[in-house]
Design a protein around this ligand. Structure first.
Ligand code: ZN
Length: 264
């Protein structure tokens, strides 16, 4: 694939980076990335990935834009209140970069549809705010051999890590269940809706996720696989914690008990 004159101009500041160049940009243009959630994390993730020229960008979200989302969900505008988040985000991205393909899914990611949807993508970015979907993404991505760049938020804090132990060449790298084996009981961990979130903190973590997606796709720098980044916005500190595959992990351990996604 040869870059066009318009692409040379649009992506000029990528192309002059020695580590990116034409080859890196062509990789991005050929990439297919699915962003789960078009909310606080999904907003900066989608804006930067669209601007960067990810060739095919999927957006899955079954929710509608609410006035209380606009404090942090910068991919949506006031005029989009009441509209599907997936469609509202797709409209914004079409204005940011009309030369890429954006596919909105106005549905919830479930055990029934995850296999079919993931099959069309190389990499999954997790911008969800609930544990049920986070474990579903982790398990399905491991079983289908996809990389996941995962983020989470609460109040003034955020976390980021990458999972790719199911991807050929990365066997033995840990998954989310190696860190947190089972989902917490429902409603024991508050969501942003209940506990609050400083809007810009979502921007910090989402932007870092977009950075990690671009690095994974181009094979640049150090991967966050096996590392958990913990951001504290009040103390303005970042901590990077190493973790390993757990031999007792029910998904990627020595005797796995999760060998498929249970539908229904
Ligand atoms: Zn694991």
């Amino acid at each position: 694939m040869e870059l066009t004159d318009a692409q040379f101009e649009r992506y000029a500041r990528h192309l002059i980076l020695e580590e990116v160049g034409d080859e890196g940009q062509e990789k991005l243009l050929a990439s297919k990335v699915l962003c789960v959630g078009a909310g606080g994390l999904g907003s900066p993730i989608l804006m930067y990935l669209a601007a960067a020229g990810i060739g095919t960008l999927g957006i899955i979200d079954d929710d509608e834009v609410d006035l209380s989302n606009l404090q942090r969900q910068i991919v949506h505008a006031t005029a989009s209140v009441g509209k599907s988040k997936a469609e509202s985000a797709a409209e914004t991205l079409a204005r940011v970069n009309p030369t890429i393909s954006v596919i909105p899914y106005k549905t919830r990611l479930t055990a029934e549809n995850v296999g079919e949807i993931f099959a069309d993508y190389d990499l999954i970015v997790d911008g969800t705010d609930n544990f049920e979907t986070r474990y579903l993404i982790n398990d399905a991505a491991y079983l289908t051999g996809k990389t996941v760049v995962s983020g989470a938020l609460l109040r003034f804090e955020g976390q980021l890590t990458t999972f790719r132990g199911g991807v050929a060449g990365h066997e033995g790298e840990p998954c989310y269940r190696c860190l947190f084996r089972d989902p917490p009981p429902p409603n024991t961990i508050p969501r942003c809706e209940e506990a609050g979130i400083l809007g810009a903190v979502a921007g910090v973590i989402g932007t870092l996720q977009a950075t990690e997606v671009l690095k994974e796709l181009m094979g640049l720098g150090e991967s966050m696989s096996g590392h958990l980044l913990v951001f504290d916005g009040l103390g303005m500190t970042f901590r990077k914690i190493r973790y390993k595959r757990s031999p007792s992990c029910p998904l990627c351990g020595d005797a796995p008990t999760i060998t498929g996604i249970a539908a229904g």
